[in-house]
Design a protein around this ligand. Structure first.
Ligand SMILES: Cc1ncc(COP(=O)(O)O)c(C=O)c1O
Length: 492
């Protein structure tokens, strides 16, 4: 599929009919973008009995931010945690939306996977009876893609670097139809070029449809529309308790899909948009490169769907900090330090297992932004916890062996807290002016125009905010197409 041709028209009637027949057989009811954005107001049906982690089509109706704590029934306000000053060292209100409540993969990346596949299905661009969906990723998007493919009764192929966390591979082993559907590429998180090369080879077989999150505008649209609105609900809720100004939306960028929620929040509230990357792979800040361990982000290039020209600041966080805080939040000594020494409220301490490595990166970046902008107690920063700590037990074991061979004890916990939270450095924070934005934008040229064959005119269209605002106009069209598909499948 050409990234700049949004699938808004019927491409092939016979293909769509086969997809409809498959949905009828599997009893698949597809949620619309509006239903995902507000499942409570739109009365999206949810079956409380279905296990949120089972491959059951009912779980498609839980692909949204509004799942309650049991992940079964929708709640009016999406799950979030507000972090107190005792933990962050700053008075600003740092509010973190919880991705762990998403079904099947316990991470919000199942949302863009759904969006990118559904727009193909309802326009007859993807045949679930004959084609395989290929999901290039560094771990969560491909899990989401494999889950969605399975529910739609089609083959899903995960393409990811061999160095990603063991827990991701264990999950994939349980979910793929065939072990050959897990394709391991060389390297770790930032080796995305190797993923692209493997996908290019797979794409030579017409039965493979590569659904590239880095260049699929449905990824942008679903986050702008659905994640944006979910964040708005959270903000309205916290501001209802105590008035606040939304100062910024902060998000570590992998595909930069999540960051699109910032475009919505800027339009509504004037929030600043802050993409975040690892210090060890500072592509946006310094045109840099390098390996790192903040899994899911820092992919050594500028994604095609990143609306760079609307960003206000860039922040980098070190994986040394995220690795240490991952131990602090998930070890007896760490939790004890937070509770008894730092006097972090017990409810907050209990919630810290909801933060995976990149979620910690988001929190640390939000602290840097709060310091840099000198934000006060009436200012709020919104961010996300894409996944939770359960995906990284193996990574904690590696960090323990590498940095704390004698164990992560009270002194280690105190050191990590002082270094990375209350005493977090203010380095690697940059406000963007037009020239700096343009520098980052230009960097994408080498990937997309030179390497991936995007036409220069298309690449440059993204300089204009009108282009991005125009993308959002696909939402009502997709809502209609999805509803019509459900009606034809007899599942509406
Ligand atoms: C754990 C984790 N954090 C953050 C991200 C970045 O999200 P996005 O791709 O929307 O920029 C990803 C993406 O896969 C991820 O898996």
């Amino acid at each position: 599929m050409h990234p700049f041709k949004l699938p808004v028209d019927l491409a092939d009637r016979a293909t769509r009919e086969r997809a409809v027949a498959r949905a009828r057989e599997a009893r698949v009811r597809l949620p619309t973008f509006d239903e995902i954005a507000d499942p409570v107001a739109s009365r999206l049906p949810a079956s409380k009995d279905v296990d949120p982690d089972r491959p059951d089509p009912a779980n498609l109706l839980r692909v949204h931010w509004h799942n309650g704590p049991d992940r079964r029934a929708p709640a009016p306000v999406p799950g979030y945690v507000e972090l107190p000053e005792a933990l962050t060292g700053v008075p600003a209100r740092i509010i973190v939306a919880l991705g762990e409540r998403f079904p099947m993969i316990g991470a919000h990346k199942v949302l863009p996977a759904y969006a990118c596949l559904v727009v193909r299905l309802v326009t007859g661009m993807f045949d679930p009876t004959r084609q395989r969906a290929v999901w290039p990723s560094t771990g969560n998007y491909c899990r989401g893609g494999v889950a969605i493919s399975r529910l739609m009764g089609c083959r899903g192929i995960a393409v990811l670097p061999e160095g990603m966390s063991r827990e991701r591979f264990e999950w994939l082993d349980r979910w793929v139809a065939d072990p050959a559907d897990i394709v391991r590429t060389p390297g770790t998180e930032s080796n995305v070029k190797e993923i692209y090369d493997t996908c290019a080879a797979l794409a030579r077989d017409p039965a493979n449809d590569v659904i590239n999150q880095f260049s699929e505008f449905a990824n942008y649209v679903v986050h702008r529309h659905c994640t944006g609105k979910a964040m708005e609900k959270i903000f309205a809720h916290v501001a209802g308790k105590r008035p606040a100004r939304l100062a910024a939306f902060v998000a570590c960028t992998g595909s930069a899909g999540t960051l699109a929620a910032g475009d919505y929040l800027k339009e509504k509230f004037g929030a600043k948009i802050v993409p975040v990357e690892p210090v060890e792979c500072p592509t946006m800040l310094y045109n840099g490169y390098g390996a790192h361990n903040i899994q899911g982000i820092g992919d050594k290039h500028i994604p095609l769907i990143h609306n760079v020209m609307n960003s206000d600041m860039v922040v980098a966080v070190s994986d040394r900090a995220t690795d240490d805080v991952n131990l602090l939040f998930n070890s007896p000594a760490g939790l004890d330090h937070l509770k008894t020494r730092a006097r972090v409220p017990a409810a907050t301490v209990e919630a810290l297992g909801s933060f995976g490595i990149s979620s910690i990166g988001n929190v640390l970046a939000a602290i840097k932004v709060a310091r840099h902008l000198d934000l006060g107690a009436d200012d709020a920063i919104l961010t996300v916890a894409t996944d939770n700590a359960s995906l990284y037990a193996s990574e904690r074991a590696k960090v323990l062996a590498r940095d704390y061979p004698k164990g992560f004890d009270a002194a280690a916990a105190a050191g990590a807290f002082a270094r990375h939270l209350t005493g977090l450095d203010g380095d690697h924070v940059r406000k963007l002016d037009h020239r700096e934005r343009r520098r980052i934008f230009n960097l994408g040229y080498f990937t997309w125009v030179e390497q991936q064959g995007i036409a220069l005119a298309d690449f440059d269209r993204r300089l204009d905010q009108g282009f991005w605002n125009g993308l959002a106009q696909a939402v009502p069209v997709w809502n209609e197409l999805i509803s019509a598909f459900n009606r034809d499948a007899g599942t509406a």
